[in-house]
Ligand binder design. Structure first.
Ligand SMILES: *[C@@H]1O[C@H](CO)[C@@H](O)[C@H](O)[C@H]1NC(C)=O
Ligand SMILES: *[C@@H]1O[C@H](CO)[C@@H](O)[C@H](O)[C@H]1NC(C)=O
Length: 454
């Protein structure tokens, strides 16, 4: 058991958000990849400098702002804050595709060690045998497209509860605190707690699942699947409860927290862009007709809606700096010698806003995703909110499915407006400094049930 990491000092609040990095990673044709020192240009090698110890990225710079003021200075700013050394722009395709095998491990950061049970998870683990097996476990048993469908009834049930809750607020003419609702719906509050509580929480979940008297649900959930795999001893190593907890941490922290952040950003952008909101709701109406609940199969038909979600990922990547990569071995990238253990940070926000790849990048313009197949699946290097290569987020499909279903239903069931004492202009884009970029000021809106008989 790898409990030693727990005896370290209590993590600050920043260490929890750090763990939330996973789910979202973006990339583009000419990216801004920040490299800690520890590399030398071929021709005129500067005196070799020792790598700066990697500081936990707390609080990371604040790249995500729709305002243009931060725009031109973004990259140097991040550099200064994260590496304390040089920064170089590399192509994401070079680092995450051509040389992916050289950069597929992770640096070891204290806060992340604790949260990943000493790095036996799928997000922060170094690239080793345990990681490869856990990744297969995730890809095959938890997050495959078949499993996405399998878990659909659970998502549907959660979303129905959410809709009910909003309906009752709506009939009482009360504003809906979307930051809170989407947050608690996504178990966000759990993440506010420190490691120990998380650990106890996982123990509780696991013992609930092991309880022979537990009511038998028709559908197994993630924990059931993990426990069953442990029971069946399908692994070349001994799958321990700590492995299960580590993967649970990944699912809860990385998946749900980032989805919650993105859902709030999507609603924010739609409130700021009423014509886009209208176009989206018109699409929902014409595709769904008088259906009251959007099913997952319907979401596939909502082309404009999907473009809206992508555009939100582009402008508001929930984890603006991806989970750091680390060089596995000595290699040469675009003229630089890279030494082993060089940390590489990828600025997802800057990549998704890079003017050569994106026209008028500061505008929220979902149409840019129509009529092309640019997607976040790690092939299009100007847009990789889930990363790419060996370290691409294994939970991508599950994360997207949950996010899209919840959002589509929020927008299909209700019309949204700002409370009477608030002006639309007052809705801002301020983010909370943190690894996961949450909206700082809560988004509170009044919901009105839409009628679907026209
Ligand atoms: C909305 O929810 C957030 C997050 O839970 C909370 O901090 C905030 O005080 C709430 N705002 C209102 C107006 O209820
Ligand atoms: C993008 O990828 C997702 C997940 O694989 C898929 O559901 C969606 O249809 C894709 N969209 C386009 C436009 O290819």
């Amino acid at each position: 058991m790898n409990h030693s990491a727990r005896n370290q000092t209590t993590p600050s609040n920043n260490t929890i958000p750090q763990a939330m990095l996973i789910l979202l990673n973006l990339i583009a044709l000419s990216f801004f990849i920040l490299i800690l020192p520890n590399l030398r240009k071929h021709k005129k090698p500067p005196p070799h400098r020792k790598p700066t110890p990697v500081q936990p990225l707390h609080p990371p710079p604040l790249p995500v702002q729709a305002g243009q003021d931060l725009w031109p200075n973004l990259v140097p700013e991040i550099c200064a804050k994260t590496s304390g050394g040089d920064s170089i722009s590399w192509s994401g395709k070079e680092v995450l595709k051509t040389q992916d095998c050289n950069f597929c491990t992770r640096p070891s950061l204290v806060g992340q060690q604790r949260l990943s049970y000493n790095r036996i998870d799928v997000i922060f683990a170094p690239h080793n045998e345990c990681f490869r097996e856990l990744k297969i476990l995730c890809v095959v048993h938890l997050f495959s497209s078949k499993k996405v469908q399998y878990f659909y009834p659970i998502r549907r049930e959660e979303d129905s509860k959410m809709i009910e809750k909003i309906s009752s607020l709506s009939s009482a003419s009360e504003a809906v605190n979307l930051s809170e609702l989407l947050g608690s719906y996504q178990l966000y509050h759990l993440l506010e707690r420190i490691f120990k509580e998380m650990d106890e929480f996982y123990d509780e979940i696991i013992s609930d699942h092991l309880d022979p008297n537990k009511p038998k649900y028709e559908h197994k959930d993630f924990v059931d699947v993990l426990l069953q795999l442990k029971e069946e001893r399908r692994f070349s190593f001994d799958l321990t409860l700590d492995h299960i907890k580590a993967v649970l941490m990944n699912i809860i922290v990385a998946g749900t927290d980032t989805s919650a952040a993105i859902a709030v950003w999507t609603m924010t952008e739609l409130m700021k862009n009423p014509s886009i909101m209208k176009k989206l709701q018109d699409e929902l109406r014409s595709v769904l007709k008088d259906k009251s609940f959007v099913e997952e199969t319907d979401v596939q038909k909502l082309e404009f809606f999907q473009a809206v979600v992508k555009e939100t990922f582009r402008l508001h990547p929930a984890t603006p700096l991806l989970v750091a990569h680390e060089a596995v071995q000595k290699c040469t990238v675009q003229g630089y010698d890279v030494l082993p253990e060089t940390s590489v940070f990828i600025n997802a926000w800057a990549i998704g806003s890079d003017p050569p790849s994106w026209r008028e990048p500061e505008l929220f313009m979902p149409e840019r995703f129509l009529g092309n197949s640019i997607n976040f699946t790690g092939q299009d290097f100007e847009f990789i909110p889930f990363g790419a290569g060996r370290r691409i987020c294994p939970g991508m499909l599950t994360g997207i499915a949950g996010l899209e279903l919840a959002l589509a239903n929020l927008l299909h069931t209700f019309d949204w407006k700002v409370p009477t004492d608030v002006h639309e202009e007052d809705i801002d884009y301020d983010g909370v400094p943190g690894v996961t970029m949450h909206k700082k000021n809560p988004l509170c809106l009044v919901a009105t049930k839409r009628t679907h008989d026209t």
